[in-house]
Design a protein around this ligand. Structure first.
Ligand code: SF4
Length: 470
């Protein structure tokens, strides 16, 4: 059996950047550590895949043995095809040194039909490329398929008592589109394989491909020594940052910024000064003797776990608020985590409204939709203030919570266990929603919120002090 050198994911990596493919295959240890929130997204994908399989029930799983034992999976697939089994999951095919696992293969009306599942709500060019590769490899390995479909999530679906799987997912026949891409696929595979035979990595400069379509794992390596100042202007998108970076590198000193906030961010970055505009200062001066620091956790499950919710709807499920004196002393802490079987967001709105009405609350809403929920509360959301340019931190690199803490307290947060909201959401989804076990995670999530809170309190008090001295 020929050797599997490429796979779906390495092929997509190679299409993004041949250097990334080369490093991945030959210098794996140079990879960046995978951020906790990206691990969460991978896990979400496999859960959606399993649910989509139920559209074609009682299928045979062909993925047997470990990743190196792909020959077993290929043999199993061949056997199932020979017996014309009605549904196969993870059917394995190998051709041109490229191994693919197709999510679902069915046999109906004496024809084979291919399905690839995506946990997203939209079909992207990358998904089409991925489908085109699979179609090519399946055909090359000798199986004729009648059509190829992408299965993805219908964002408009509203869950009833139970999940209606055939309404949650949409299907699109992409056969005609991917047939047009076939010639290119064989050339692309050849180019990737020949690159891998080279003695050293191809010389490829940094650019928009470092984050598109995915964040490359080798940025720590390739970006070492690069002047990142332009890339630390959060009001610019990455493509704009790359364009301006090139202008700067070519010594075109007059950089034209596409928006006023980016221009200001660059200005204060150069001055090495923070900026708080008058409207912000007006809202934060003359505080009562204590303020509230609120950390709220939300998640956006691809699968709508609660009645009357949609896929990817923002669900609030836990919070910690602290009442803090203006010199930073915590007077009271209150933690809540929902163990409701129904959407906890509404309960959380009601609880916070009854506990915190008329208080001045400072928060950092990772999710912009949250504003719709908390209109009855007096909240200053630092993320909104940063995005609107009311606050500019000369050290602010992005609009994340950690970035905010780092910029305004000078310290990078360090977490004992859970390290990101997305990771917390994943744990909640897995332990409580799937296994109905709140005890196993509530301490972990409480610790995470305590960790966040510690940094948040310090940073907010710093900002209040800075502005009251002005
Ligand atoms: S960081 Fe950019 S240049 Fe380096 S391997 Fe990744 S995509 Fe290629």
């Amino acid at each position: 059996m020929e050797k599997a050198i490429l796979s779906k994911s390495t092929f997509i990596k190679g299409e993004q950047c041949l250097k990334a493919l080369y490093l991945y295959k030959n210098n794996y240890s140079l990879r960046d550590k995978m951020p906790a929130d990206r691990v969460a997204v991978f896990n979400r994908g496999s859960r959606v895949g399993e649910l989509a399989q139920t559209l074609f029930p009682n299928g045979i799983n062909c993925k047997i043995g470990g990743p190196r034992q792909y020959s077993k999976a290929i043999e199993k697939t061949k056997e199932c095809i020979q017996f014309k089994e009605k549904a196969l999951y993870e059917a394995a095919f190998l051709a041109n040194n490229t191994l693919i696992y197709l999510d679902i293969l069915t046999y109906e009306n004496e024809k084979w039909h291919a399905y690839e599942v995506k946990s997203s709500a939209k079909i992207s060019d990358t998904y089409l490329l991925d489908a085109a590769l699979q179609y090519y490899i399946i055909k090359k390995s000798g199986l004729k398929i009648a059509d190829f479909h992408l299965i993805f999530i219908d964002e408009e679906y509203i869950r009833g008592e139970e999940i209606a799987v055939n309404q949650l997912f949409k299907m699109q026949d992409v056969t005609d589109q991917i047939k047009l891409m076939q010639e290119n696929i064989s050339q692309k595979i050849s180019l990737q394989l020949s690159t891998l035979e080279d003695k050293k990595a191809p010389e490829i400069s940094i650019g928009p491909h470092c984050k598109k379509p995915y964040d490359c794992d080798f940025q720590g390596f390739c970006w070492k020594g690069v002047d990142k100042s332009i890339f630390e202007i959060p009001a610019l998108d990455f493509e704009n940052q790359c364009q301006l970076f090139e202008l700067k590198e070519s010594n075109q000193l007059k950089i034209k910024f596409p928006n006023e906030i980016a221009k200001k961010q660059y200005h204060y970055q150069t001055l090495k000064k923070d900026y708080f505009d008058a409207s912000f200062v007006q809202r934060i001066i003359n505080q009562e003797s204590s303020i509230i620091i609120l950390n709220l956790l939300t998640y956006r499950p691809a699968i709508p776990w609660y009645k009357e919710t949609k896929p990817y709807q923002t669900i609030a499920y836990a919070y910690l608020w602290s009442e803090v004196t203006l010199n930073g002393k915590i007077v009271e802490n209150r933690f809540y985590i929902s163990n409701n079987q129904y959407n906890p967001s509404n309960d959380i709105v009601k609880k916070l409204e009854s506990e915190l009405r008329d208080k001045q609350i400072f928060s950092f809403f990772e999710d912009e939709y949250l504003h719709e929920f908390y209109q009855g509360l007096n909240i200053i959301d630092f993320k909104r203030e940063l995005i609107d340019g009311h606050i500019i931190g000369h050290n602010l690199k992005d609009y994340s919570f950690d970035g905010f803490i780092q910029a305004f307290s000078g310290k990078s947060p360090w977490y004992k266990g859970i390290m990101a909201d997305k990771q917390a959401g994943l744990k909640y989804e897995k332990e409580f929603i799937e296994n109905r076990n709140i005890e196993s995670i509530q301490d972990m999530i409480s610790d995470y919120l305590q960790d966040k809170n510690k940094y948040f309190v310090k940073t907010v008090i710093n900002i209040l002090k800075t502005n009251s001295n002005d």
